[in-house]
Design a protein around this ligand. Structure first.
Ligand SMILES: [Zn+2]
Length: 477
């Protein structure tokens, strides 16, 4: 495996409380990982109890298992500060809820008047970025979802090892570039390419729309979208370790163009059109769209269907949508753990025969060893999946969604079965779209946004008949 930077310190602390300025450290665990030339990780573990020089509250003693008696003979932080800073030297500081651990160490060093700074990577944020569809990014949720084997949970070294296993698991489940890219994005710091005017970002509106990066040619290098153009464009140039794409973009970019849209839907639909028609050299959005998909029940069990194989008319009987196969599997793993389902039967675990891993811990109802019938298990799978079901398209046929920006433009888009048919600019275009709709293709972001709005009661669909009869129901931009 390779990581975008060469040395990482996975850190976990146990403390006497949650306030970095007032509470003290009772234990430090560090897993230092150096990536060698050949890509193999060289791992050094280091851990010590720390005398907090103050009593540990009883509730915390119960949670961590670290008692006053255990730390009485341990060194104070001042004694080990040198070792800690040596272990962390030159490393990206990685922790779960990193602000907590980093804050405690910063305060501990500050009390000794020693400076301490590091680039910080938070694995909660990393998990959120890579698994936007799942709920729960606490360490216990991660351990369950990714079936991480963990010993000494709530002890510093045990938890530091758990987050290191989590990152290793990510490199197993995703393409390497996807994980590298997520890490780089979380490690960002600002710097604008020198050939752009210094106000290139400031002139962009804080509004939804699409942006186009141009080099010396007439065709754009890159097309992107955002609900906040200024913030998103800034993010391309504000990364400490940029993706290779952003690095090349910042060398080649000469000017930025943008188009405002009335809302988020308009922005993502316009982006899709521009990417298809202008084929910008550096876009990966098309590939990303192809990786998305849904789960369908085939022969009683959920199966991932990638974007290209999705029939929009059948979306309503499937589950998701998911950004990727890995994301769908993570959601399934979580349901499996919560509902005592079988990872073996769901093909989340590779073994020839039962019992599955969870059954050995008494956490699977046992279809893998004949203790539950396959029919009963599969019925429970369908029940467990129910909250993820894509709802039925609420109207018969196609319908319009109107997006209106406060004080600004209005866009009208035509959809059917959670998929986009077109964006008419007048009644004539609307009529021809309704009579002869283009083949609608599944788009992860479009479906996800429409379903989210529908669930929140914020999707107002106007049927085209009603729109043409009541002229006030529809305004075009
Ligand atoms: Zn099982």
């Amino acid at each position: 495996m390779t990581l975008p930077l060469s040395t990482f310190a996975f850190v976990d602390l146990e403390t006497t409380g949650t306030r970095a300025a007032a509470d003290r450290i009772t234990e430090i665990g560090i897993v230092r990982v150096e990536i060698r030339e050949d890509g193999a990780p060289q791992v050094t573990e280091w851990s010590t109890l720390v005398d907090p020089e103050t009593p540990i509250p009883p509730a915390i003693q119960v949670l961590t298992g670290i008692t006053d008696a255990m730390v009485a003979a341990a060194p104070a932080f001042s004694t080990i500060a040198g070792d800690v800073s040596q272990m962390l030297a030159g490393c990206v500081f990685v922790a779960h809820n990193a602000r907590f651990d980093y804050g405690f160490l910063k305060h501990a060093f500050a009390r000794l008047e020693r400076p301490f700074t590091a680039r910080v990577l938070c694995t909660v944020r990393l998990s959120r970025r890579l698994f936007p569809d799942v709920d729960g990014h606490g360490l216990d949720a991660l351990i369950a979802r990714h079936s991480l084997s963990v010993t000494d949970r709530h002890r510093a070294l045990g938890d530091a090892r758990a987050i290191w296993s989590f990152v290793q698991r990510l490199y197993g489940d995703f393409a390497r570039e996807a994980v590298d890219d997520a890490i780089k994005r979380l490690l960002r710091i600002p710097s604008l390419p020198p050939q752009l005017p210094s106000d290139a970002i400031d002139v962009l509106p804080e509004a939804p729309g699409v942006y186009l990066f141009y080099g010396d040619n007439a065709l754009p290098l890159y097309v992107g979208k955002s609900v906040n153009l200024r913030e998103r464009v800034g993010a391309h140039f504000s990364q400490d370790w940029r993706s290779e794409t952003d690095l090349r973009l910042s060398q080649e970019i000469r000017r930025i163009e943008f188009e405002e849209t009335a809302g988020e839907l308009g922005a993502l639909l316009r982006e899709a059109v521009l990417i298809k028609s202008r084929l910008p050299a550096y876009n990966r959005a098309l590939r990303r769209k192809l990786e998305a998909g849904v789960l369908e029940i085939v022969d009683g069990l959920p199966r991932f269907v990638a974007a290209a194989g999705i029939d929009c008319a059948r979306l309503s009987s499937s589950y998701g949508p998911f950004a990727s196969r890995a994301s769908a599997r993570a959601a399934l793993r979580e349901l499996t753990a919560r509902h005592r389902l079988c990872a073996l039967r769901l093909r989340l675990e590779r073994r020839a025969a039962g019992p599955c891993f969870a059954r050995q811990l008494g956490r699977c109802d046992g279809v893998c060893v004949g203790a539950e019938s396959p029919e009963s298990h599969d019925r429970r799978v369908v029940e467990a999946l129910a909250p993820l079901m894509i709802p039925r398209w609420p109207v018969a046929g196609a319908a319009l969604v109107r997006e209106h920006a406060p004080m600004g433009r209005t866009d009208v888009h035509l959809f059917r079965d959670w998929c986009w048919l077109g964006t008419p600019r007048d009644d004539g275009e609307l009529a021809s779209l309704v009579e002869a709709p283009q083949a609608s293709a599944f788009d992860f972001e479009v479906t996800k946004l429409l379903v989210r709005r529908h669930r929140a009661g914020q999707l107002r669909l106007i049927t085209p008949g009603a729109a043409t009869q009541r002229r006030d129901a529809i305004e075009y931009c």
